[in-house]
Write a protein that binds this ligand. Structure first.
Ligand SMILES: C[S@@+](CC[C@H](N)C(=O)[O-])C[C@H]1O[C@@H](n2cnc3c(N)ncnc32)[C@H](O)[C@@H]1O
Length: 182
């Protein structure tokens, strides 16, 4: 179950513990990721709405369309409220992996899901959903140029960050992946 607080999105786990899914401190990272995937405009897809921080920044870029895929019911409630004044947004409800067949082709892909058992399939579907020279980035949870998708040619922009103590990322450097799908 997800719970929103003022600055965080938290998942309450079945063992009674909780885990932070998203936190406001990530805002500068989300902005840099959004600017990278929207660099050349066009049609953008985002996997995971969360707190809408990246989505709101994507909307400020010079883009054509913005597709958002989200599978959590409480996040979807906020997403449907947020989208009301945003005519270029399409919502795909459900697990992104079950939505690949209804996706179009995109110029930018912003991948930021959480506890996603299908994340490992992302490299396999990229060719189906990417236009030539599509920009891709994803959340990198390690403070190094770690490449969970083994996408050769990925570059990293190193961002200085200052997170408050949290349950998932407590480092001062964030290695933002930048990959171009040829
Ligand atoms: C870390 S948050 C995204 C944060 C977002 N970038 C922001 O700026 O607020 C992860 C989001 O991915 C969603 N999610 C997790 N697994 C998913 C999946 N398989 N398909 C679609 N959405 C998923 C979660 O419900 C959550 O809203």
């Amino acid at each position: 179950m997800y719970k929103f607080t003022e600055k965080t999105l938290i998942e309450l786990l079945s063992n009674g513990l909780y885990e932070e899914v998203m936190h406001e401190w990530e805002t500068p990272i989300m902005h840099s990721m959004a600017e990278w995937v929207c660099k050349d405009g066009g049609d953008i897809i985002e996997f995971g709405f969360g707190m809408g921080i990246s989505a709101t920044h994507i909307q400020k870029q010079n883009i054509n369309s913005h597709t958002i895929c989200e599978n959590n019911a409480s996040v979807l409630v906020n997403l449907y409220e947020w989208v009301k004044d945003k005519p270029n947004v399409t919502i795909l409800e459900g697990d992104w992996y079950d939505n690949v067949n209804v996706m179009s082709k995109y110029d930018g892909i912003f991948f930021d899901t959480h506890r996603d058992k299908n994340a490992k399939h992302l490299p396999l579907v990229l060719k189906d959903i990417a236009k030539p020279n599509c920009k891709l980035t994803w959340w990198n949870n390690l403070p190094e140029p770690y490449n969970e998708f083994s996408l050769d040619g990925t570059e990293y922009e190193v961002l200085d960050v200052n997170p408050p103590k949290n349950t998932y990322f407590n480092h001062k450097k964030y290695y933002m992946p930048k990959y171009i799908i040829k």
